[in-house]
Design a protein around this ligand. Structure first.
Ligand SMILES: C=C(O[C@@H]1C=C(C(=O)O)C=C[C@H]1O)C(=O)O
Length: 489
């Protein structure tokens, strides 16, 4: 099922009975190298940004879509088109919309590599029955940066685009270029506060106990339970672009993401944001990549008198509970990609991923995608649908775990723990799992989320502490005091 706002002038019901198509008036796209754009007379692109195109420098604005890691990735501005999809067919409907849109575009892309040319940002709900919207957004202007250089793509209703048109769009759409590494101080006083109360924490612990019970009784092997915490901006709106800049700077091995898949509800309602350490699936020129995480240690819990990294390695790699949680997550990914791949490569043992707040057990997986009868490999979005939800965020077996989540969590996860990322015009794409972030509801209100893998040996209070460790980055980036006491709850 799909919806689109009929007030939108370029909204047009699909003739094929598929999802409503918005953006049918789009005609062409042009991609130019950033250095070429910066060299135009009177260019709006600062020369120092062209020389050092760290994308964290342009994370700004209310209608910005983001997928960056360590200054590389994609940042989109404005909206040329979008589709809102819901329900079980949300991935298929989004794919059909994207294929239809690409079919009508005249694409001028001399760079012709992954993520150059038109790209859509997307986010999909964790559960098919969620009442939240999923969807794709095609920004009007996208700035990209990979190891081979930086580029800018403009999508337009006009034909025969020139580099000067791209420069004009930059002038109109890119609000600011910050100095490298700069994250502005938050205004003094009245920091946002988190409304986490003891009663809610206790009731979540009792849900974890119930989950442990289900596992011990043999109904399930692993279950991931999550909870939400509200953040209120008190007398001023939450500054999401600043939070993204802070996350992108401080968590530079995570993917900083931001997308609003239902922008007609306003720039802040439904905006998904965060910095995830977990890559669900990337398709790059016929190869699949994923980073599976499961197994967590709070760095604040490390004994001060020992080498923290060595301690974490021992604790994570030698703990059967952590290893079991990880094995379930790996097995679910491998099983779901088996039909699409050959030559799967993954190390026999996980490694320990160090983040500023936690250590994780991590495994990188790579596999060659098997071409279909027409010679093409499956698209990133097909693979996203095939692998979601992994046992890293749902459990084992998948269906029983998803049911237990619905019963025990007592909330609609919405976009939390769903796929978030981008697609290009060549079947490439990169999707993470929307973790370590939240969803903005109104200018001054967001909900942030965290969850934990639960197995038979789990202790509810320890899992609660783990969710607090996982919430720390996003709460810190929003300016909530580290102990959560900014203004009380
Ligand atoms: C569910 C979350 O994280 C997931 C659960 C983990 C665990 O249980 O150890 C680790 C990484 C993620 O796969 C979250 O951050 O909300």
């Amino acid at each position: 099922m799909s919806t689109a706002d009929p007030r939108e002038p370029d909204h047009d019901p699909s003739p094929a009975g598929g999802p409503p198509v918005r953006g049918h008036a789009l005609r062409s796209s042009l991609t130019v190298e950033l250095s070429e754009l910066a060299a135009l007379p009177g260019s709006p692109v600062p020369a120092d940004f062209a020389a050092q195109p760290d994308l964290r420098r342009i994370l700004d604005g209310e209608r910005t879509s983001t997928w960056t890691i360590g200054g590389l990735g994609l940042v989109g501005f404005g909206r040329a088109a979008n589709v809102v999809v819901t329900g079980e067919g949300r991935f298929t409907a989004a794919r059909a919309w994207w294929d239809g849109l690409l079919g009508q575009l005249e694409i001028a892309d001399p760079l012709a590599r992954s993520a150059t040319g038109p790209v859509a940002f997307g986010a999909f709900t964790f559960a098919r029955a969620s009442s939240a919207s999923s969807g794709l957004v095609l920004p009007e202007l996208v700035v990209g940066h990979d190891h081979d250089g930086a580029w800018v793509t403009l999508v337009s209703e006009r034909n025969r685009l020139e580099p000067a048109d791209v420069a004009d769009a930059w002038r109109r759409l890119v609000p600011r270029v910050f100095p490298a590494g700069h994250v502005d101080e938050l205004p003094a006083g009245s920091a946002p506060r988190q409304a986490e109360d003891e009663a809610a924490a206790r009731s979540w612990c009792s849900a974890v106990s119930d989950g442990v019970e289900l596992i011990r009784e043999g109904h399930l092997q692993k279950l991931v339970l999550a909870r939400a915490v509200s953040v209120h901006g008190r007398d001023r709106p939450l500054d999401i672009p600043r939070a993204l800049r802070a996350l992108a700077r401080d968590y530079d091995t995570c993917w900083t993401y931001c997308v609003n898949v239902d922008p007609d509800r306003g720039p802040s309602a439904g905006r998904l944001f965060g910095a995830t350490p977990e890559r669900l699936v990337r398709v790059l020129d016929g190869t699949l990549h994923a980073r599976v995480l499961a197994g967590t240690l709070d760095r604040a819990a490390a004994p001060g008198d020992q080498d923290g990294t060595l301690w974490a390695r021992r604790k994570l790699l030698e703990d059967p509970k952590q290893r079991a949680e990880h094995e379930f997550a790996i097995a679910s990914l491998l099983q779901s990609v088996a039909a699409y791949t050959r030559e799967v490569r993954s190390s026999a043992d996980p490694f320990v991923l160090e983040l500023p707040n936690v250590w994780h057990l991590a495994s990188d997986v790579a596999a060659e995608l098997t071409p279909g009868a027409d010679g093409t490999v499956p698209s990133a979005l097909e693979l996203v649908e095939a692998v979601h939800p992994t046992a890293a965020v749902c459990g084992t077996p998948t269906h029983a775990a998803a049911e237990a989540i619905t019963q025990l969590e007592g909330m609609d996860r919405g976009l939390y723990a769903g796929p978030v990322g981008w697609l290009d015009s060549r079947h490439n794409g990169d999707f993470g799992i929307a973790l370590r972030g939240g969803v903005q509801r109104t200018p001054a209100l967001a909900q942030v989320y965290a969850g934990c893998g639960v197995v038979g040996a789990s202790v509810p209070e320890e899992e609660l502490a783990e969710t607090r460790a996982k919430l720390r980055p996003v709460l810190g980036a929003l300016g909530v005091a580290a102990d959560g006491s900014a203004g009380g709850s």
